[in-house]
Design a binder for this molecule. Sequence first.
Ligand code: GAP
Length: 438
Amino acid sequence: MTYREDIEGLDASILMHPRVWEASGHVENFTDPMIDCKQCKARFRLDVLGDQINEKKKKKAIEALKENNKDNPTLISKVDTILSGSDEADNFERMLIDDEIGKLLLAELNCPQCGNKGTFTAARKFNLMFKTFVGPVEDSGSVVYLRPETAQGIYINFLNVQSSSRQKLPFGIAQIGKAFRNEINTKNFLFRTREFEQMEMQFFVQPANDKKWFEYWKAERINWYYSLGMTKEKLRYYDHPKDKLAHYAKEATDIEYDFPFGWGEIEGIHNRTNYDLSRHEEHSGKSMKYFDEESKEKYIPFIIETSAGASRSFMAFLIDAYYEEEVNNEQRSVLKFHPKLAPIKAAIFPLVNKDGMPEISREIEKDLRRNFKVFYDDKGAVGRRYRRQDEAGTPYCITVDTQTLEDKTVTVRDRDSMEQVRVSIDKLSEYLLLKING
Ligand code: GAP
């Protein structure tokens, strides 16, 4: 965003008028189908129940379902059509979420938690938004929601930002911020949490150009992960089938990362059409139309959204950067972060704590700290200090040694190649800047 003149930044509210979420469709549609076990009271998301049941048990339940309903050929043919799909996990999910088949299949399944059979309730819609109240009275008139996505804050501020920044279509509005979802099954560390950070950008385009911009942002976003060093083979697109699109989307693609627990979405790119702005216009009674000076027309723009999870992508970058390797017959753990992502850009060490080396090192630290996040360390042997910075992913370690006292140069050690070069103290800032920004 900082590097593009066609994208503005915003920090919208977390708590917005509750009707924003009626207009967006979240009150009605932002739900997961849930079932409970009547015996042990465990709660499960219906669509992913299959993940907790082994293949043998799934097959047995399907066979029992077919056997018990063999006098209903219409139902059997519906089951066979679903089973002809190539992805077994997907077939099972489609059966579970089918109103008619789902009920019968649930009756044949054992609860993954207590093992009892036929103890599931019927599926209910469970809204994922967290509710709270404004003011001292906790009644239905004072309900507000913690935002489940940052996007809606951008939509309701669209004309505000557009007119004050004097942007013309196509242009985008981006923001980073917290989002909250009452996820039933949080899992895999930062992958699914109830409170997480999103980095979303909404790009407003002329309706006729939606396809072009959708493709543009798909390419642009995967290139962003490549440019920050993520392993190409561990990234892929997943195009959503038409019958699984979110309520607002005409087209959607996920960027997925190959986590140790399997492929998982780190970012979604959506063609949200004019759905959101039209709904806000309808619900607020305020025009959301953009006046196109070139065509002299007024219309509601289409929106191409890039919605990345900052916490999920962070976890992917962390996993991708982690290596254990042997160096000089010694094991080292190292985070090979792209220098732009490394939380500490350089560490400064005096070789020994005497002969003026600490004073020179402190001077270097003070000078570099104006532009970089740096770390001063004078504890233990230099080898151990390198290891500690390798673990933190610090790309450069600067050591002040005896030669520094003679010619005002220091060694700069590269985290990945472990090679050392001598750099003049007065050129250190420039050297690091070039290395970090490429
Ligand atoms: N505005 C569109 C939107 O919110 P989404 O696919 O529901 O789309 C976008 O979410 C991104 O937010 C996901 O790709 C993921 O990185 C992140 N995300 C969603 N739910 C999450 C959760 N429970 N925990 C962590 N990250 C989550």
